[in-house]
Design a protein around this ligand. Sequence first.
Ligand code: SF4
Length: 440
Amino acid sequence: MVTEKKLFIKTWGCQMNVYDSNRMADILHPLGYRAVDTPDNADMVILNTCHIREKATDKVFSDLGRMREHKENRKAGGKKTLIAVAGCVAQAEGDVILDRAPYVDMVFGPQSYHTLPEMIIKATGERVINTDFPVESKFDSLPTDHASHKGPAAFLSIQEGCDKFCTFCVVPYTRGAEYSRPVAAIIEETKKLRDRGVVEIVLLGQNVNAYHGEGVKGLGGLIEAVAAVDGIERIRYMTSHPRDMDDELIAAHGDIPQLMPFLHLPVQSGSDEILKTMNRKHSADHFRDIIARVRKVRPDIALSSDFIVGFPGESEKHFEETLQLIRDVGFTASYSFKYSARPGTPAANMQGLVPEKAKDERVQVIQRLLYDQHEKFNKATVGKTLDVLFDGYGRSENQLHGRTPYNQAIHATTDLNNFGKIVKVEVSGATGSSLTGLVA
Ligand code: SF4
């Protein structure tokens, strides 16, 4: 009989990290660990970290300081607490963490968390660090069932790692080479999630559209296979690279009704010169062409992207080219960030650094433009009736939170029994970031 233990996982960064945290909870479930929302009385704390932005590492150490107090307080009461650091900061700076935080018991990367049961045993005697890139894929040893999953929508990792080596990015170094999971394993996991009430699957990968599992024609072919699973009503995918938007995937947006009319396609810059120094290996017009082809098969598609401002060498002219690309395309939800150098990336040694003041000014300009576009799109849906999947509880009683097919966040007053269902909702109000609605 396993004794029940409390597990607190804090997750930073991308959807892949969210997926990994869910899988860590699934691995620990048979050992009696049950996820809790605060570290207060947790027997184990896992900080699942992101290495993408400068402040990411600082945040980890300030959180670790709080976990240290928590551990000492429990020790004073005769209780043991395991502290672990996972994810991309663990992968990139594992030794630094062990040096700077002697109260940390385990440090492990994104490719080795499947060995958690063994690491816990080892950690009773010594401190553990595991930042290997094991030959066998972690996916082969992950539990097929998602014991800790709750809710009607689920992330499903189909591809991991990246071979693109954009000059600003740490992912190829922290997540390793591109790996595509076998189709059969993905379909089996889809069915397990479906059996737990999931109707929406979000296919994940650092470079999800580089998927090349055997037996299907790329991501488009895989989406077709997932759509054939009874009970799966909605499919989304992220995060993609413009160079891997192939004909099959674009056609899927026109042919497969379960594939939602939403595409997150990071472009980072609208300047060919900057795209070159970023090693993105495509032009701004190539991006415009992809958008035109997707819109041809799915005219109402909602578009999202990522933008970096202040990349080394970026002039006012380059920045204006990025703004022009945004005006030409029109986005419904996008993310924009000031460039911050990441240790170990080629861009970190580049000349022509953009002054912080100029970066601040540019990020304000781009966020203003993007917000106006998001608001315009959301306001255009007011009065329309959309199919909403309710996947969360709202801010007040009798209110649910959900997502439209265009991935817009929406709150609606409705019967709470509609949680987990796809319901027709009339949009009654909109801002740049969310909608309100009335159940039709
Ligand atoms: S494609 Fe994405 S994950 Fe890969 S190196 Fe470029 S930014 Fe990083």
